[in-house]
Design a protein around this ligand. Sequence first.
Ligand code: G6P
Ligand code: MG
Length: 215
Amino acid sequence: MTFKACLFDLDGVLVDTARFHYLAWKSIADKLGFVFTEHDNEQLKGISRMGSLDILLEIGKLSLSKEEKVRLAAEKNLLYLNYIQLMTPDDVLPGVLDFLGELKTNDLRIGLGSASKNARLILDKTAIVNLFDVIIDGNLITHAKPDPQVFALGAQMLKIENNHCVVFEDAVAGIQAAHNAGMKCIGIGSPEVLGEADKVFPGFTNMKLADLKFS
Ligand code: G6P
Ligand code: MG
């Protein structure tokens, strides 16, 4: 199979914002009076802001009104924005720029497929926005991962068949979204968590186009 496009998740794949999401949600949990661990945070990766809050409240065994939830989600986003305002091009994870460069040299198309409504701001802050042929973010999608919508829309906008796209993901829900779209998926992170991916790499350091071969 010759691939024609790569679709990248953002948080935890191209930049380490997963940590900022964790710290912001942890502040909310602290305020509500329960413990929220980094292990708990795995469940929130790739999940929309409101979906994440629902999981957080389940962990804290709390049930809140719709109004209170809207207020808390906005509060979490303000805390998160404080972290991402400080991001610079140095926050792009190691090996990412070289790998994207190799894709460009080989005429592969590059897309972003993220649930985040802050994706464009992060791409701007880290100065990689111009590397993307298409950007699908949380403002464009109605169905959260593991629904395939975010990646299927990316392929459609690139005018490339789904099975000619490879997805890069750090979240289980994202791997499932890629597979539900009929795409291969490379997991970025640990094989223990991302066992459902077709291949898993710890990051982009030393990753090559030749690694996009699947048996
Ligand atoms: C990504 C992250 C999630 C986050 C979601 C929404 O998928 O992995 O942890 O909840 O985006 O992000 P946002 O920036 O819109 O709150
Ligand atoms: Mg992610």
